[in-house]
Ligand binder design. Structure first.
Ligand SMILES: NC(=O)c1ccc[n+]([C@@H]2O[C@H](COP(=O)([O-])OP(=O)(O)OC[C@H]3O[C@@H](n4cnc5c(N)ncnc54)[C@H](O)[C@@H]3O)[C@@H](O)[C@H]2O)c1
Ligand SMILES: [Zn+2]
Length: 360
């Protein structure tokens, strides 16, 4: 394990917008702030007002949209950092959603073999998940997060007030990861979430802290995902396949969280078939799924293409599919070998749910 993964992760919850005093950027020779067009407009002004940033801040406008999470974008950022004189004593402050956090952390981790970076996540998904645990990466050959590494940020600053400007669909897509946290580690938390009468930033804010605690606890025990951390992939073997497939040209593209919401249902079903998991959590999940997933379906003829993506999953060993499944709520089997035939059946179950129950 690298030293950088042994250090304590510094997570700061911002109940007010008082960033000054919480973040020390004076020790760096240059500070680069990575934003995209939205976070530049909606989030950056707050940092500016708070006087956290040194006089000489260098803004970099990064890309938006999952197809832009590539090595090409990382290369463009390396070029900019080089042109603007970044050194090993500089810091990259990432102000953005999960995409920018992943891309920025990846870029910083490899620049001159690693420059410091800080994350200020601005979406719900990034606050409860993407900014915690030190994983970064870019997509490659249509495969999600295929190239990347583990490296912790110097600091993560979580400020729920940023959520107020998020488009509704993007806000909602963060909830799936919170549901996942509940299923794998705190079933009472899951039940409280599915019982919320409405999903608003105000209603969700108290839950952010619990989700971060769950993710931190798991990633501290197993920072490099040798075993237990794989639990955090629950819902993601099928979720990632749906996400990658739906983002192919000409299809209804699902957001990460939307695909994971469906992945959770399919993998709960698989957990029932393979490990005897009770059907109640799936029934509870179905209460909120129509609020979390837009109109989307696939047909049995898409099965081969979807399975191809499942076979690309990083949890697989040789030609066998391994998934994190649940025996009971809060009891994960981090690497369970699943026959291809059962994965196909899980997709068919999901396809049936999407075209009948969810629509009805
Ligand atoms: N590293 C990890 O452990 C990890 C975990 C989960 C997800 N991820 C990654 O996170 C990515 C998804 O992240 P996401 O859901 O945050 O989406 P995103 O980062 O693509 O952001 C979605 C959109 O919201 C906009 N936006 C961000 N903050 C805003 C704000 N406060 N107000 C208005 N608009 C704002 C962005 O400009 C963008 O257009 C995926 O690439 C996924 O792979 C990584
Ligand atoms: Zn995820």
């Amino acid at each position: 394990m690298g030293d950088e993964m042994k250090q304590r992760e510094k997570i700061v919850f911002m109940e007010t917008a008082d960033f000054s005093g919480r973040v020390d950027l004076k020790r760096y020779d240059r500070v680069f702030v990575l934003v995209d067009e939205n976070t530049q407009d909606y989030c950056y002004p707050l940092l500016q007002q708070q006087g956290v940033l040194p006089d000489q801040v260098l803004m970099i406008t990064g890309p938006q949209g999952e197809p832009m999470k590539t090595l090409t974008s990382a290369t463009a950022l390396w070029e900019t950092l080089t042109e603007k004189g970044a050194t090993r004593n500089s810091c990259l402050l990432v102000l953005g959603g999960g995409l920018l956090c992943d891309l920025g952390a990846f870029t910083a981790s490899l620049f001159k073999r690693g420059m410091d970076f800080m994350l200020i996540p601005t979406t719900l998904l990034a606050q409860v998940d993407a900014s915690i645990g030190g994983k970064n990466g870019v997509n490659f050959s249509h495969i999600k997060n295929h190239i990347g590494c583990f490296r912790l940020p110097e600091q993560v600053l979580i400020h729920p007030a940023f959520l107020s400007t998020l488009p509704r669909r993007i806000f909602l897509s963060g909830i799936s990861e919170m549901l996942k946290h509940g299923l794998i580690a705190d079933y009472g938390y899951f039940q409280s979430l599915v019982s919320l009468p409405e999903f608003t930033p105000e209603a969700l804010t108290p839950f952010i802290f619990s989700s971060v605690q769950i993710k931190l606890k798991i990633t501290k025990v197993d920072p490099k995902e040798k075993n237990y951390r794989k639990a955090l992939n629950f819902g993601h073997s099928i979720g990632h396949a749906l996400e990658s497939w739906s983002n192919e040209a000409g299809k209804t593209a699902l957001l990460h969280g939307e695909a994971v919401a469906l992945g959770l249902l399919a993998e709960l079903w698989l957990s029932g078939q393979c490990l005897g998991m009770s059907p109640e959590p799936a029934a509870e999940l179905k209460r909120v799924l129509p609020r979390l997933v837009p109109d989307f379906s696939f047909s049995p003829s898409d099965l081969d293409a979807l399975l191809w993506y499942v076979f690309q999953d990083k949890k697989n060993v040789a030609d066998d599919i391994y998934m994190a499944l649940l025996k009971n709520p809060e009891e994960t089997v981090p690497a369970f070998r699943v026959e291809k035939e059962w994965v196909s059946k899980a997709f068919l179950y999901l396809s049936h749910y999407l075209t009948t129950e969810k629509k009805g």
